[in-house]
Design a protein around this ligand. Structure first.
Ligand code: C5P
Length: 368
């Protein structure tokens, strides 16, 4: 069993779930704005954003892992380990550094290569999706990852789901379907749409909802598989969460670096390093910052809750994104959007009902 840590006196499990819901809503809005607020000639490279995300997340995780591994000897246990690290600097910090490096490069670190690759693909697909769909539609459709996560949890983690939970997953799929129909009507694939807030209608950004939905669907599969795989590796060994996170980021660097290396350099190239930040404005940095934060919170959520609960918590972000879309992007409320989004929320509520006395449909791994 897991000890339940607290933050400001509240259980970390619930704080991280709520934080993730807000982070998800913020990410889809800022990411969408970062893609559509500039003409294509001034757009930043999503490949650079994915790479920077991994570098920053990996570095932060390394610092946290180092602080946690710092010797505690002379100080009371409640003292912050970061403070301990600084006060004992530079010795015995150096051996801690090297032993942490050895731990990161432990023989089983290869296990993280699978979720690492899947997450890089997912993070790239997210850019395609968000550039081709209205924010609220992206958010609702992305909830399909709850379905894929549940399927992978049953298959790989041997989780058992009651019939009520399966029924709620079915309603979730129906709700997402309704929203999709609505979106195809709102944004015709052949016509460009004006984007930005009312005072910001500088240019027209072309959206292709079919491409957007294709990207979201693929991202739902990678999200489900990567999340469950990460949970399996994390809970199947004693290694620290932050060490696992560093391993994840290290393996992500390879697939994240390849598209950057192979993309054509901008017309007035200033060398690899500066080209990486080409056209990186406030929205782009905002996107990367929120992604990094989200990655760290996701890891905490997977450790202290689980992937299925994570999916339902983030589905609450639909309401936030929806309200923001109406205010910022002139998103049109249609009856089918309201019906679809309400079905998704009702399914969320249903999934989280305490288990009753209904007969359980127990589905386990076929090989088990
Ligand atoms: O949509 P989903 O919840 O699957 O997204 C997970 C996000 O969290 C991905 O962007 C992934 O890169 C990130 N993540 C992370 N570290 C983990 C687990 C997920 O950065 N340990």
């Amino acid at each position: 069993t897991q000890s339940q840590p607290t933050i400001f006196g509240m259980p970390l499990k619930y704080v991280s779930l709520v934080t993730l819901a807000v982070q998800n809503a913020a990410l889809s809005i800022v990411m969408h704005q970062s893609r559509v607020s500039t003409p294509p000639s001034l757009a930043y490279s999503p490949a650079s954003a994915v790479l920077l995300n991994e570098i920053l997340k990996g570095s932060i995780s390394f610092v946290i892992a180092l602080a946690r591994a710092a010797p505690q000897s002379d100080y009371p246990r409640h003292r912050s380990s970061i403070l301990n690290t600084l006060q004992t600097f530079p010795y015995p910090w150096t051996p801690t550094f090297w032993s942490l490096c050895r731990e990161i490069l432990s023989p089983d670190c290869w296990k993280l290569s699978i979720p690492a690759l899947l997450y890089v693909v997912q993070n790239s697909l997210q850019f395609v999706a968000i550039s081709n769909l209205p924010v609220a539609s992206f958010q609702v459709t992305y909830q399909m990852k709850i379905l894929t996560t549940a399927a992978f949890s049953v298959a790989l983690l041997r989780k058992k789901l009651t019939s009520t939970k399966w029924l709620s997953l079915f309603f979730l799929a129906i709700g997402v379907g309704i929203v999709q129909i609505q979106t195809s009507g709102v944004v015709p694939s052949t016509k460009p749409v004006a984007v930005g807030s009312a005072h910001e209608y500088h240019h027209v950004h072309e959206m292709n909802p079919l491409k957007g939905f294709g990207a979201v669907t693929a991202a739902c599969f990678t999200s489900g598989l990567a999340g469950v795989y990460f949970e399996m590796v994390l809970k199947g060994s004693k290694q620290d969460l932050w060490v696992r996170n560093v391993q994840l980021s290290l393996f992500s660097l390879i697939p994240a670096l390849l598209p950057v290396l192979y993309s054509s350099s901008p017309p007035n190239s200033q060398g690899f390093f500066l080209d990486l930040f080409h056209n990186f404005g406030g929205w782009a940095w905002g996107t990367v910052g929120i992604q990094v934060f989200g990655g760290l919170v996701t890891a905490i959520v997977i450790k202290y809750s689980d992937n299925i609960l994570k999916g339902f918590a983030t589905s609450l972000s639909i309401v936030l994104s929806f309200l923001a879309s109406v205010a910022l992007f002139n998103f049109r409320i249609t009856p089918s959007f309201v019906i679809g989004a309400s079905t998704v929320l009702a399914a969320t509520w249903m999934y989280n009902q305490p288990e009753g006395s209904e007969p359980r449909i127990v589905l386990t791994n076929l090989s088990g």
